[in-house]
Design a protein around this ligand. Structure first.
Ligand code: EG2
Ligand code: ZN
Length: 263
């Protein structure tokens, strides 16, 4: 069956979902993509991204069977981003990660065809224009996702509070309360980013995301990456499938330009 064809890295998918749908009919702005540094265009009109998160809006961590999500109370403008390439301010709804079985791959976006071992996505929606997240998901300017690359290096103190909670959400559809966390500790202080018009990287794959990919990665240590890899795609009682390689294959750039906020 086509979804079990090994990819360019001779990897068989552990979770067929990630292999299908490979493309969506008529998709012109799909994600993720390779960011070719030399092809990105410096845009002097890009503003600095302003991030203001309220740590008490943090609600819980849950394993949704694709990744583990940290969800926030988005019923008011308490955790928001504004500026950068964005016309409006956007509300933080959740953040999650994508990672590999080994350190050689795991990120969704690549930079000059280089994979990072993991990638963080902070998902925000345009509550100025749309009444609900579900509606924003369907609109071209509905979502803004900040992508942060994780690289193998020093222990990350802020991430460790999250890692310590992961055993409680080992299985799909488990949830644990997580009531104070400031995700800004996971975002590099360097202001440089790339931005392009893209999509969700999991179903419904809608072309509603303004991607803001931070140039600088954060460093995490081997034990912290291993903690991600002990999560399961499967529910308690099912045959265990380790939650690894939960990233979508690269998509064609088509008629898009990646802009940079830096020279
Ligand atoms: N599932 C049917 C109803 O759909 C309503 C909208 O649900 C959207 C669920 N998906 C997401 O919220 C969602 C959010 C971010 C990313 S990603 N990896 O592109 O950052 C992928 C997916
Ligand atoms: Zn994601």
């Amino acid at each position: 069956p086509p979804e079990l064809v090994p990819d360019s890295l001779h990897r068989l998918p552990v979770h067929p979902l990630w292999q299908s749908p490979l493309t969506i009919p008529g998709g012109t702005r799909q994600s993720p993509i390779n960011i070719q540094w030399r092809d990105s265009v410096y845009d002097p009109f890009l503003k600095p991204l302003k991030i203001s998160y309220d740590p008490t809006t943090c609600l819980h961590i849950w394993n949704n069977g694709y990744s583990f999500l940290v969800e926030f109370d988005d019923s008011a403008d308490r955790s928001i981003i504004v500026g950068g390439p964005l016309e409006n301010q956007y509300r933080l709804k959740q953040f999650h990660f994508h990672w590999g079985a080994i350190n050689e791959w795991g990120s969704e976006h690549t930079v000059d065809s280089k994979f990072y071992p993991a990638e963080l996505h902070l998902v925000h929606w345009n509550a100025v224009v749309y009444p609900t997240f579900e509606e924003a998901v369907m609109e071209g300017n509905g979502l803004a996702v900040i992508g942060v690359f994780l690289k193998l290096g020093a222990h990350h103190e802020g991430l460790q509070t999250l890692v310590d909670a992961l055993p409680a959400v080992k299985h799909k559809d488990t949830v644990i309360e997580f009531d104070v966390f400031d995700p800004s500790c996971l975002i590099p202080s360097c202001p440089d980013y790339w931005t392009y018009a893209g999509s969700l990287t999991t179903p419904p794959l809608t072309e509603s995301v303004t991607w803001i990919i931070k140039k600088k990665p954060i460093e995490v240590d081997e034990n912290q990456l291993e903690a991600f890899r002990m999560l399961l795609f499967t529910s308690d009682g099912e045959e265990e499938k380790r939650m690894v390689d939960n990233f979508r294959p690269l998509q064609p750039l088509m008629n898009r330009t990646v802009r940079s906020s830096f020279q």
